[in-house]
Ligand binder design. Sequence first.
Ligand SMILES: C[S@@+](CC[C@H](N)C(=O)[O-])C[C@H]1O[C@@H](n2cnc3c(N)ncnc32)[C@H](O)[C@@H]1O
Length: 229
Amino acid sequence: MNLSPRLLKIANFVEKNSIVADVGCDHGYIPVYLVEKNICEKVIATDINIGPVENAKKTIRNNNMIESIDVRLGSGLTKIDEHEINSAIIAGMGGLLIRDIIIQSKSIIDSLEYFILQPQNSQIELRMWLEKNEYNIVEEDLAFEGNKIYEIIKVKKGKMTITNDIMYEIGVNMKNVSKNDYMVFINKKINKYLNIKENILKNATSVDADKISKINEKIMKLGDVLLCL
Ligand SMILES: C[S@@+](CC[C@H](N)C(=O)[O-])C[C@H]1O[C@@H](n2cnc3c(N)ncnc32)[C@H](O)[C@@H]1O
């Protein structure tokens, strides 16, 4: 199974011999890859929609893995019992939906050794929520696909303290990301804020002064991080 750079980076965070749930499995590529590479003996793949469940079953059948990958229809981890898994992947969804899936199955999430998140948006809100609810981001990674950069977050139960607000945005534990990749990621964020600022200034009124100063502050903080790399 050939995975895209995003899916590969997610799979790389799975520890050998894990029993993992792939929540929102859709195509089922990650479970097949994990079994094929002998990273996992067993995977539970779940999805809330019947179409993705059928897609995943087809991928699994085509790869002769029906004995190793169990596919279940249902929301989040609601169709899984606590002792069945030791880890989970929740990827390719909005950060707020990921947060809601964690809340929905908090007791099973809290029983896991680790879980892997890949939010498509609302990364800031998700990191803030994780910190507030005593989850610890142990490692993060970036995946580059076309002009998109995806953030992958590995989490364990436990406290973390984020000392600089900008880390909610640029990650708290990118220790294995190359300096070059991290710089590209941060520069992209700076450019995003410069564009927002330019658009606001085009239609500027005095009401926008506060917004501009907040954007300037973000740009400055991101620039400071770049200088320290
Ligand atoms: C964009 S796909 C991502 C698929 C795959 N995880 C990936 O990263 O490529 C999102 C999948 O999540 C599923 N989904 C959305 N809400 C869900 C929920 N509450 N529980 C389980 N699956 C959900 C959707 O049906 C869809 O198949």
